[in-house]
Design a protein around this ligand. Structure first.
Ligand SMILES: Cc1ncc(COP(=O)(O)O)c(C=O)c1O
Length: 436
């Protein structure tokens, strides 16, 4: 099929609320590593990986082989029957997740993993209320939209009254109009204020992304999560780290992002990069917390822990260990960051570059003094970079943050090519916007 034929059917047969990137949406046909091709045969360098999901590159041969072997053997069991890839993946995740996290419940999406985490925290503590962070994104189920704190992503008329939102650590646009480090990370104390003023005073959990993904790669200062964890413990809550975007070495140096903040979560959720594109998510916790589910009622997941997806995940983690471990992501990420920092020096449109490892964001503004968001500049940057063969992502409450997150197998040459295209594209945007 051609691009045009796919677009016509998309329009006719799919709900119109599907968000599609680019003025002329881009139907993808096939991929190989960091490259993808559209249905008309045009090649692109993929620096967004289907939203940070093709973690070791499109169609990695070792993942494909594992999938083919498993598909030839057994495609489905449901969670009613144990199977080897399911238990082996649980064992592997117990090994690479921090601290005492050891026991897993697999499902199919980040939204489901967060639902499972909140349910577990509520049953374990006997409390209802959850603290989440402003600008956070937790998924598209009703509870996940309630946890989400960006109005555009909160669709529909009803949300859970059990979720309250505290200020996030958005240093570039400090919600308290303070400056780090003289602020003393005052925003972290808002978690306590919210608990004391908007809840019964006892919470089930605090849930946050170590780096807010859809929020625009907002990266809290080093002290932030330790302060919050201490508050959450004082009010009997559990700490849930949503590692859907930050997991699996994405942030460099560690397998999971929260390790950068020296905090051991009670529950962790993961999805996206877990299986290089196969639908799979997980909620992992300590055995004594998981034990609370015994006797709480019946639960199953028809597709949860599907043998093909879990086999894909085991192969993906294996590839990471062999070719793209967290230390390598830190190194390639530092190279990417150095290049983006150079673009910051060159283009006043770039207000801030932030992130960790291979999760780097560029917040685009019309003026560095006023920090007025420039979403239109990002729209143009998208078109310019696509025309030159580079795919990137975007996010942020104001739609003005570029999200750069290539597969962890990206080489320095791939990064240099992407930086070159971004440089040319920013030059065009600058020209159009007449920024001096
Ligand atoms: C941090 C985070 N949590 C949860 C989700 C929801 O995941 P899914 O789209 O797989 O339901 C997302 C999706 O972007 C996410 O970024």
């Amino acid at each position: 099929m051609t691009n045009q034929e796919i677009l016509e059917k998309q329009k006719k047969y799919l709900w119109p609320n599907h968000i599609l990137y680019y003025t002329e949406p881009l139907p993808l046909s096939h991929g190989d590593g960091l490259r993808v091709w559209d249905a008309d045969g045009n090649e692109y360098l993929d620096f967004f990986g289907g939203i940070l999901t093709t973690s070791v590159g499109h169609n990695h041969p070792k993942v494909t082989q594992a999938v083919q072997e498993q598909a030839g053997k057994l495609i489905h069991t449901s969670t009613l029957y144990p199977n080897a890839p399911h238990v082996n993946l649980a064992e592997k995740l117990a090994e690479i997740t921090p601290g005492r996290l050891q026991t897993s419940y697999f499902s199919n999406s980040g939204s489901e993993a967060n639902e499972t985490a909140v349910l577990l925290a509520q049953i374990h503590t006997g409390h209802r209320e959850i603290i989440a962070l402003r600008h956070g994104y937790s998924g598209r189920s009703q509870l996940a939209m309630s946890l989400t704190a960006q109005s555009a992503w909160r669709v529909g008329p009803s949300f859970s009254p059990d979720v309250k939102h505290a200020l996030n650590a958005y240093c570039y646009r400090c919600p308290l109009k303070m400056t780090y480090p003289s602020c003393g990370v005052a925003c972290a104390e808002d978690v306590e204020d919210v608990i004391r003023t908007q809840t019964s005073g006892r919470i089930a959990a605090f849930l946050a992304e170590p780096i807010q993904g859809v929020g625009g790669f907002i990266t809290p200062p080093p002290e932030y999560f330790k302060i919050v964890k201490e508050i959450v413990e004082r009010y009997d809550g559990l700490f849930i780290a949503d590692e859907v975007q930050t997991g699996f070495g994405r942030t460099g140096d560690h397998w999971f992002g929260i390790a950068h903040w020296g905090v051991e979560p009670d529950i962790m959720t993961m999805a996206k990069g877990i299986a290089n594109g196969f639908p799979l998510s997980n909620t992992i916790t300590r055995p004594e917390i998981a034990d609370s589910m015994v006797g709480a009622g019946l639960t199953l997941s028809t597709f949860g822990g599907n043998p093909v997806s879990t086999a894909a995940s085991l192969a993906t983690i294996n590839v990471m260990e062999e070719e793209a471990n967290p230390a390598r992501s830190a190194d390639i990420g530092a190279h990417l960051r150095a290049g983006l920092d150079k673009l910051w020096e060159k283009y006043p449109l770039i207000g801030e570059v932030r992130g960790k490892g291979l999760m780097q964001g560029i917040e685009v503004v019309t003026d560095r003094q006023t920090k007025e968001p420039a979403p239109n500049a990002v729209v143009q940057l998208f078109e310019e970079s696509k025309a030159r063969g580079l795919l990137i992502g975007k996010g942020g409450l104001y739609g003005n943050t570029v999200r750069i997150a290539p597969a962890l197998t990206a080489t320095k040459d791939d990064v240099d090519r992407a930086l070159e295209i971004l440089d040319l594209s920013f030059a065009e945007v600058h020209e159009t916007m007449n920024v001096s």
